[in-house]
Design a protein around this ligand. Structure first.
Ligand code: DP6
Length: 432
């Protein structure tokens, strides 16, 4: 079904315009860490990520422009936030408005389409919600800014492609530029001081490697860690390992990773992913004062993935090879990439070593959207025996939930029925 990018809402005497979109999360396999310009959010290095399916994780955003609104307003998960308190948010909105203004001026000059409404002068109401619990500690800024920019572009009918839009999302949050595409996405660092060549582009669409799946292990952690923004700024200033990563390691890994993706070469993809996550956390430790994002539970997961990759066939004794890769962002949660056929065994291992809290129903711990645990076939692995002595069994609830997802598509228009704003342009759901 074709969904229109924006709709008109006609009241007796005025016409308003509205756009709703959903947008995905992305998880980097070559990490972005470090800025060369923090205002324009220009990175010190290129990075590469997989966009994850919106069926399991997404941000939904509705924006309405109306001549009757007095100020720009924003509600995040039903709570009103002050737009002016965030320079990044203001920058994104101003940029989209400026481009809309240019469009209106051009149309006026051509004396064509004079009926086009002066949307750039109207105030907007924005409502945005994540379909994943904020308490899960998953970074929501990438999908949030991607949704904001896509909805603004649709509302203002900006004649820009996704790469051009990624530059606007980038000034909201660096990693957001990669959520403007589905599949496998590179953010080219660029060299231009104005950031004209710092944008995202699709390396391969989601259809290229449909068997590549991901498990997100949401790790219990009460502490609020160092934010990515401040963490990476301290790394750039203090880490002596960092220049080596930027000048030598990342450029080589970007090439190898693109190659691995093109060839659907899981072995190379996994080794590069794990090594790059480890190096990112090493430069964090080399930052002064040091930054720790991974905890004992995260490290337990690392040991188990390596043990899984070292398993041998029980009859032939031959190594089964590298079948899973871990990666960690600026927090203790693990993302495990693996091909579909290995997910069931991985889930069984993780559920054994990180059992749910005693009071937690299995359906909230691992909702099993692909039905992997329902399959009749038994892989016959005795987890207890095969992984003995690798790590202890962790306390119930150490991992709060496991999300199973796959590589998915970029931002998409949503039908008017999913609008987050009511008739008068206020959010339908408000949190007390
Ligand atoms: C560790 O994009 O959140 O997830 O640009 O300051 O908003 P800002 O940072 P952000 O950093 C993400 C860092 C990372 C690695 C990655 O996603 O590449």
């Amino acid at each position: 079904m074709d969904i229109s990018k924006r709709i008109q809402i006609k009241h007796s005497n005025i016409t308003e315009y509205e756009s709703s979109v959903t947008s995905p999360v992305n998880i980097a396999v070559i990490k972005y860490w470090g800025k060369r310009n923090s205002e324009l959010i220009l990175p010190t290095n290129s990075s590469l990520s997989c966009t994850l399916s919106q069926d399991h994780l997404n941000t939904k955003t509705t924006i309405r422009a109306s001549p009757k609104f007095n100020t720009d307003r924003l509600w995040l998960n039903g709570v009103e936030e002050k737009i002016s308190a965030s320079t990044r948010l203001t920058n994104c909105i101003n940029k989209a408005r400026e481009l809309r203004k240019q469009l209106e001026n051009a149309l006026e000059d051509q004396e064509e389409n004079t009926s086009e409404k002066p949307l750039s002068k109207w105030k907007i109401h924005i409502a945005s919600e994540n379909n994943f619990p904020t308490a899960a500690g998953l970074a929501s800024s990438a999908s949030g800014y991607a949704a904001l920019v896509q909805a603004l572009a649709n509302l203002y009918e900006l004649p820009l492609n996704q790469t051009e839009l990624s530059k606007i999302a980038r000034i909201g949050s660096g990693s957001a530029c990669r959520s403007m595409f589905g599949g496998f996405v590179a953010w080219r660092a660029g060299v231009d001081p104005n950031g004209e060549d710092s944008y995202a582009e699709c390396v391969a669409p989601e259809s290229h490697w449909p068997d590549l799946h991901a498990l997100i292990l949401v790790v219990s952690d009460a502490k609020k860690g160092t934010s990515s923004t401040s963490g990476m700024s301290t790394t750039v200033k203090t880490s002596e390992l960092f220049p080596m990563r930027i000048e030598k390691v990342v450029p080589e890994r970007m090439k190898k990773m693109e190659e691995a993706i093109k060839n659907r070469d899981f072995n190379s993809f996994a080794i590069l992913t794990m090594k790059d996550s480890n190096q990112f956390h090493s430069v964090c430790l080399d930052t002064y004062p040091p930054i720790f994002y991974m905890n004992d539970i995260s490290r337990g997961i690392v040991h188990l993935v390596h043990a899984f990759n070292e398993q041998k066939d029980s009859t032939t004794g031959k190594p089964l090879g590298i079948r899973a890769a871990y990666t960690f962002d600026a927090g203790p949660n693990a993302v495990i990439y693996a091909e579909k056929q290995h997910i069931r065994e991985l889930v069984r291992i993780f559920m054994h070593f990180f059992p749910p809290a005693t009071t937690q129903p299995a359906s909230t711990y691992f909702p099993d959207p692909f039905g992997v645990l329902q399959s009749e076939s038994d892989d016959g692995i005795n987890v207890e025996k095969a992984y003995k002595g690798i790590v202890p069994r962790f306390d119930p609830g150490s991992v709060r939930r496991i999300i199973h997802t796959c590589v998915g598509e970029g931002p998409r228009s949503a039908p008017p029925s999913v609008s987050l704003l009511n008739e008068s342009g206020m959010p339908k759901r408000v949190k007390d």
